[in-house]
Each structure stands twice: as structure tokens, then as C-alpha cells.
Design a protein around this ligand. Structure first.
Ligand code: ADP
Length: 378
């Protein structure tokens, strides 16, 4: 008989850091969490060394039953979470081009676990997988299809694990079967994306080939006319790498407000002091999020609920007010009192007479990864 899976280690290995959480899946409770930093930069030499530190931090456990890994990109190859074997690893190696920064670290984390936790199964959980149900009309770009065929250029979407978690949580909250819920899920954090959920499945999302597209984010510009990118490159003689840095790391709320990293709390504080750039940053965040909520509500034929999650969605009453205040045409009114006091807990932010409820549901990507790990191995 197969051994029941009890303890699941969730690993999120980035280029220079490794985050982990240990779960007891009989009760879905977290037993431990931690972070190893500066991998290859003064700290541990590589991910295997980082994992040795994790093992020591956890007191050399002998009872880890499975390991779930956050992996950035599954392209069209992985439409769901998967148990890792040699074939899967070979396929993953071919997807490095979709995430040159993250994928080598994600794959390195898996290989290191195979080495350190001998015989313990590994499961890869992809940020893109939940979005693989998008129809072509949402997923394709209107350019020569040869770029899709040759290079896989299309919309993939990210934060899939979070959108999936809150979709399941929303179904439970609304007391509806998951395959019957229509939602607009808003993951608003340093990186932000919306997903249009019809019958429990993604039919559109705001991020694209990469996480750069869509909403105005901490340091990413989101949607922009591609011709504006070309004009800047030409005028300032920028290389693609330099332009990538400008759009991903030096734009968004940070560029508008002058607040390093574009942290929402600091921007709110700056706007309250009358800073025009910070004020515009918050207005653009609210405007573009509301714009997509309206569009997605149309696409899914009417939402059962609008879901707010992520650091901003769960905590920032100021940002939420600027979004929800723009949803009057959908019959949604903000309950200002509830909004003002809601931080990181389940709450309905809309008034009782609103046509569509707006609900805060805290996300838990790590628990979703642990759940998927159990499901794949079970
Ligand atoms: P990441 O995308 O890196 O996971 P988070 O989901 O943690 O980021 O979101 C980070 C954002 O959430 C920051 O802009 C931060 O200002 C905002 N945030 C976190 N806590 C609060 C709070 N209590 N009030 C307002 N904003 C908050």
C-alpha cells in the first residue's frame, strides 16, 4: 500500500534566495517557514548548499513525504502540476528560454532536492498552468502566427497558483461548486494580475508572454504601446536588456511616485502629504484595475463575485477604495467602514444592496502548492 502523504515541503527557489514552508497536510497547517538568502553571493554556494541549511534549520527531519516546487513557466507543455521524473526534467530544461532568470533557479531547486532528499518525490507546480484554459481569442497576439509557431509567443499569464487558490476559496465562500463559479480574481501585490474565471476556469488574464503586461505594478509598467518602447530604444540607443530593465524594474508605481520599489503603503503616505506623482500612481492603479474588472465581467457573462487578494488587495483600503469606487456601473457600492478596517482577513467590502459582492480572500500560494503535491501523488 502507498504511504499516506503527511508532511509536504514547499520550495520556492529564486536566483539568489530559497523560500520554504513545511506543511502537515492531514490538518493543512504550517509547521515551519524560512528563507535562505544570498545564494551564490556570499551565502551558500548553490541551491544544494542552501537546502542543506534548510535541512539543518528543520532539525534534520526524516519524515518529509513529498516536496512541491514553485516553477515559473510551464509554457504549453505543462497544463497542470506534475510529478518530476527524468523526462519532466528534460522538458523543463527546454523551457528555460521562457524565464531565463527564474527557470534555472527553479530547476536547480528540484535537482538539489533529488540529491538531498533521496527517494522523496518532487512535484512541479507552475505559475502559468491555471491559465492554460484560455481560448485562442484571449491568448493569441495579433501578429504573424509564425512567431507563435516558431517561438511560442502568446499570452501565458502568471500568479496561476494564487488565482486557483482564491477561485477554490471563493467557490467555498459562495457555497457553489467550483465548476459553476464566475469570478474576477484580482491578485494585487508587488506584481499584480487579474483573471477572468468562467465555470471555475481561466478565460483571460492580464499578464502575457511575461509578467510585464496588464496592470500598473510596483516597478513594472503593465500595458504600453509597443511603439513607445521602440521610440525610447531608438532615441536612447538602448539594448533589449536595458529596455527590459527600464520596463520591469524602473517603471510602474515607482516611476510615477518616486517611491523605491513602488511600495503601496509609502505611496499612500506620500499622496496624503499632497504629492502629485504619488496621487497619480494610486489613480492609475485604481483606474486600470477597474477597467479590467469591467471588461472581464463582460467576458464571463457576469461575475458571482469580485475577489481581492495579494498584499495590496488584502490590506490597502486606500487602493481598494480607488478601484471599487469606480465600479458603480456594475451596481457595486463600497462599504467604507468595512473597507477601512479590513486587513488580511476574509471580508465583504461591498454594501448588502450591491449587485455583485466584492470579497477579500487572503491567498496562500504555498498551501496551494502543497495541496497540488498531495493531489498529484495521490
Ligand atoms: P509580492 O507580489 O512580492 O508577493 P505582496 O503580495 O506581499 O507582494 O504585496 C506587496 C504590496 O502590498 C506592497 O505594495 C505593500 O505596500 C502592500 N501592502 C502590504 N501590507 C500592506 C498594508 N498593511 N497596507 C497597505 N498596503 C500593504
Amino acid at each position: 500500500m502507498k504511504k499516506a502523504i503527511k508532511k509536504v515541503l514547499v520550495v520556492n527557489s529564486g536566483s539568489s534566495s530559497l523560500k520554504y514552508q513545511l506543511f502537515d497536510m492531514t490538518t493543512e497547517t504550517r509547521l515551519a517557514k524560512g528563507l535562505v538568502e544570498r545564494i551564490g553571493a556570499g551565502g551558500p554556494a548553490n541551491h544544494a548548499e542552501a537546502l542543506k541549511q534548510v535541512v539543518a534549520d528543520l532539525g534534520h527531519p526524516k519524515d518529509i513525504d513529498a516536496i512541491g516546487h514553485r516553477v515559473l513557466h510551464g509554457a504549453e507543455v505543462f497544463k497542470d502540476s506534475v510529478k518530476v521524473d527524468a523526462k519532466v526534467l528534460a522538458k523543463l530544461d527546454k523551457l528555460v528560454k521562457f524565464g531565463p532568470l527564474h527557470m534555472p533557479a527553479n530547476i536547480g531547486g528540484i535537482r538539489a532536492c533529488q540529491q538531498i532528499f533521496k527517494g522523496v518525490p518532487n512535484v512541479a507546480v507552475f505559475d502559468t498552468a491555471f491559465h492554460q484554459t484560455m481560448p485562442d481569442c484571449a491568448a493569441m497576439y495579433a501578429i504573424d502566427p509564425k512567431y507563435y509557431k516558431k517561438m511560442g509567443i502568446r499570452k501565458y499569464g502568471f500568479h496561476g497558483t494564487s488565482h486557483k487558490f482564491v477561485t477554490q476559496a471563493a467557490a467555498a465562500f459562495l457555497k457553489k461548486p467550483v465548476d459553476k463559479v464566475n469570478l474576477v480574481t484580482c491578485h494585487l501585490g508587488n506584481g499584480s494580475s487579474l483573471a477572468a474565471i468562467k465555470g471555475g476556469q481561466v478565460v483571460d488574464t492580464t499578464m502575457g508572454l511575461t509578467p510585464l503586461a496588464g496592470l500598473v505594478m510596483g516597478t513594472r509598467c503593465g500595458d504600453i504601446d509597443a511603439a513607445a518602447v521602440l521610440a525610447i530604444m531608438e532615441a536612447e540607443k538602448k539594448t533589449p536588456a536595458e529596455m527590459d530593465k527600464l520596463l520591469n524594474k524602473q517603471s510602474g508605481l515607482q516611476a510615477l511616485s518616486g517611491v523605491p520599489g513602488g511600495d503601496c503603503r509609502d505611496i499612500v503616505a506620500k499622496a496624503e502629504k499632497g504629492d502629485k506623482g504619488a496621487e497619480l500612481a494610486l489613480e492609475m492603479l485604481g483606474y486600470r484595475t477597474a477597467l479590467y474588472i469591467g471588461a472581464y465581467n463582460t467576458i464571463i457573462g457576469g461575475a458571482d463575485a469580485i475577489i481581492m487578494t495579494g498584499g495590496i488587495g488584502e490590506n490597502s483600503s486606500e487602493a481598494r477604495e480607488r478601484i471599487i469606487g469606480r465600479l458603480g456601473a456594475l451596481g457595486i457600492k463600497l462599504d467604507k467602514k468595512v473597507n477601512a478596517k479590513t486587513r488580511g482577513v476574509v471580508a465583504v467590502l461591498s454594501t448588502k444592496d450591491s449587485k455583485i459582492p466584492v470579497v477579500v480572500l487572503p491567498t496562500n500560494e504555498e498551501l496551494m502548492i502543497a495541496k497540488d503535491t498531495v493531489k498529484v501523488l495521490g
